[in-house]
Design a protein around this ligand. Structure first.
Ligand SMILES: *Cc1c(COP(=O)(O)O)cnc(C)c1O
Length: 399
């Protein structure tokens, strides 16, 4: 199985997609990131590395995930809707794809530990899982408030052998967790690897994450053709940092006749702080060492991002998405909390699949597309399962 990225859009030698991306780190870390890039390019071309990764993806994570024709949903909404079932992966989402890749890359570089931060704990659980199977130590930085709020995921990470570092500074949430994880990493980078959770961060991480997630698009294209004999008219994925979407899109970027849609969370509304739609409402800015479209307050500082789906509430977004938006290859649009929750119930009740609230944004958008594109074929990346959201939805919706 070839693992080559099918899209022709790679970053330039400084890590830019158009004007977005790059690496704004200090010199020591920049040198380390150049080492990571070299190790990655070397691993990518190495049969043993790819065999080990593909073995884990197949026999450990359960790939390939199926493409499923959602016949009840299709009948009700009048378009043919297919779901790429990333919710069926081990640990319940696409995040395991890049987590396994990052862990194997760290091991190949002789590192003994993974360092990561987590907000709701989904990324932390996927990294803790990958660290366990690959045989690495694992420090997960998490704000004190999130540690209390996300107890089930904290317990999972502890069971998996991760060390939880409770961050008590500032707002005691994700932002400070990122800051402290990075400070720790800058002291330990000779023996540890930073494990980024999405297609974001300084070069080469967006490129590395895309490579590990491109398995989604590669499988989906082949599976779709096999079932439908044609390519889909429309491909839809939700965008937080952008890893599941870029993985899916990479399979179709060169198919000019396929319309691609990235769905951002509109949350409660259009005001600063009410949403996390970085491409739709952001302005050029630098966050966490890379340039992207960034939600900003009136002073130009990164704004607080909000979505009912905690996996989507990041004020920035992957640089390749910014570029794909700029050149018009992908259309980025928004879905609000209420529409996402409605789609969460529609999919649950019509198909017996409880989706993650993040993925529900993509499903909601597909239902809108169906209205104006009757009889056409829509492929949705169902990035994860909704078990983690059940308690929250029940408490909010009173149903
Ligand atoms: C984390 C997460 C997302 C958002 O991350 P991306 O990097 O944008 O893919 C989407 N869906 C699920 C299920 C997640 O856990």
């Amino acid at each position: 199985m070839s693992t080559e990225i099918k899209s022709s859009i790679l970053p330039d030698k400084n890590g830019y997609f158009g004007e977005y991306g790059g690496n704004y780190l200090n010199n020591d870390l920049k040198t380390e990131f150049i080492r990571i890039e070299k190790a990655f390019l070397d691993a990518k071309g190495d049969e043993d590395f790819n065999n080990e990764l593909n073995y884990l993806l197949k026999y450990y994570a359960g790939r390939p995930s199926p493409v499923y024709y959602a016949k009840n949903l299709s009948k009700k909404y009048g378009a043919d809707i297919y779901l790429k079932r990333e919710d069926l992966n081990h640990t319940g989402a696409h995040k395991i794809n890049h987590s396994l890749g990052e862990a194997l890359l760290a091991k190949r570089m002789g590192k003994t530990k993974l360092i990561a931060e987590t907000g709701a704990g989904q990324h932390g659980v996927a990294i803790a899982t990958a660290a366990a199977i690959v045989g690495l130590a694992c420090d997960i930085y998490m704000g004190e408030i999130d540690v209390i709020k996300e107890k089930p995921n904290v317990d999972r990470m502890k069971i998996l052998g991760a060390n939880i570092v409770v961050v008590k500074s500032g707002t005691k949430t994700l932002k400070e967790a990122v800051d402290e994880a990075f400070i720790a990493y800058s002291k330990e980078y000779e023996t540890a690897m930073y494990a980024i959770g999405s297609a974001v961060g300084p070069h080469p991480f967006p490129m590395i994450i895309e490579y590990f997630q491109s398995v989604i698009g590669r499988e989906a294209r082949e599976q779709f053709l096999e079932q439908a004999n044609v390519l889909p008219n429309h491909v839809v994925a939700c965008v937080g940092g952008g890893s599941n979407a870029i993985g899916m899109f990479s399979g179709f970027l060169l198919d000019k006749e396929v319309n691609l849609y990235g769905v951002e969370p509109l949350g409660k509304g259009v005001k600063v702080g009410e949403n996390a739609a970085s491409i739709t409402y952001g302005k050029d800015g630098i966050l966490h060492g890379f340039k992207c479209l960034l939600l900003q307050d009136e002073n130009g500082n990164p704004a607080n991002a909000y979505s009912v789906a905690s996996g989507l509430d990041y004020p920035g977004v992957g640089p390749k998405h910014c570029y794909l938006h700029k050149i018009g290859r992908v259309k980025y649009d928004v879905i609000n909390d209420e529409e996402a929750i409605n789609a969460f119930y529609e999919l649950s009740r019509l198909e017996g699949i409880i989706p993650a609230l993040e993925s529900s944004h993509a499903v909601a958008y597909a239902l809108k597309l169906a209205k104006y594109n009757q009889g056409e074929k829509i492929l949705v990346n169902l990035s994860g399962r909704g078990d983690k959201d059940i308690e929250f939805v029940m408490s909010k919706m009173n149903l």
